[in-house]
Write a protein that binds this ligand. Sequence first.
Ligand code: NDP
Length: 446
Amino acid sequence: MQEIISQFIEKVKCRNAGENEFLQAVTEVAESILPYIHEVPQYKNARILERIVEPERVIIFRVPWLNDKGEVEVNRGFRVQMNSSIGPYKGGLRFHPSVNLSVLKFLAFEQVFKNSLTGLPMGGGKGGSDFDPKGKSDNEVMKFCQSFMTELYRHVGADIDIPAGDIGVGKREIGYLFGQYKRIRGEFSGVLTGKGYEWGGSLIRPEATGYGLVYFVEEILKLTGDSLVGKKIAISGSGNVAQFAVEKCIEKGAVVVTMSDSEGFIHDADGIDEHKLAYIKHLKDTERGRIKEYAKKYNCDFYPGERPWKIKCDIALPNATQNELNGDDAMQLVKNGCICVAEGANMPCTPEAVSVFHKAKIFYAPGKAANAGGVAVSGLEMSQNSQRYAWTREEVDNKLRGIMRDIHKICLKHGKEKDGYVNYEKGANIGGFVKIADSMLAQGVV
Ligand code: NDP
């Protein structure tokens, strides 16, 4: 089997040379899916996995815009439409200087499996730009978003491809993008999710990824009759996912001791309470400041240029970006007695880190399962937009909880090993794959 896996990965490498993040994501999936496919001749003969790793379409475009000094700036825009076998393309937009085709193909590929796991009819896609909103004025961000949508509009639509937010794309950016789409198309439709409540957004969408992550961790802990009460949690990031993960952890009686941004992390041994969290939300979302200011305000430690994994914790929630937790970090976490790592970010743990977790048999929940709450509520936003109706906070939250519970069940079904250890990575990959594969088989060679 190892030979078959190596040959498959070698072929993908040849066709996608230098796309390291994409190859990392494909390798991780292929290693758990290929042994399974080997047992199902119809998947093998229809070359389902070979087709899934090839995007249905990739769009790359120029995004010119004028900065506040009246100078011309040029960025590159992307949309990767990866797979539409179970529904229109769905996945976020990322604005960050590190964005390139490899990063977006990895994210789009992961999104295909994640969306399938939610049980909702959504295909997978991802897009974005190397534009950096940090340090830009609102006016500059608006001009960029308008130029970006002036090209993207012809490729998206409520029944075609429905983008949402991701790193660097929050409510402000979604607003500017939506306004421009509406202006060009002359229609008010659910072309984007993550909209403001006043103009078609769903309640609980901003909270969904972080809350969903914590609901998923609760399901994991229940397996051993445990709960979040009193658990010490290390979190990275201080953006959308991290903030609402902290909020839900506090509500559940856990103690969150770290948060971070790209400049370093803070360690607050007393725990981040709801007042301190309100300060972080204001600092990050309104003032657009740096996390080190928290350390000054609350007189705690700030570690410049470092990530929080050396801090002793029971549970680690990496919520910032890809490859932010490596093999050494993983060993440190295990040594410190960490019992569970659940990914709020996409692919934050390197393959070396994942293998450390599996060897130590601690719980490890991959992003495509643990952070699926965000896209799940985006799917619910699409349903509400189609109905021209808005559900209550409780309705959406209950549906989110139910979806996370169901994803957990799928992971158990496909990931439980002979010795009782749950390999969530395998469970999520196979569980996500089956629905896509069956749909592709039914739709012929397209
Ligand atoms: P935000 O832009 O709101 O926050 C990102 C956070 O991560 C910030 O604290 C940022 O710090 C930090 N960060 C970003 N890039 C780096 C880097 N290269 N090194 C160190 N820190 C970094 O993004 P989100 O919270 O929305 O997204 C976080 C992760 O969660 C991403 O992996 C995303 O794909 C994933 N995700 C998001 C979903 C959503 O609904 N938003 C859904 C599912 C997954 P700084 O401010 O310094 O840049």
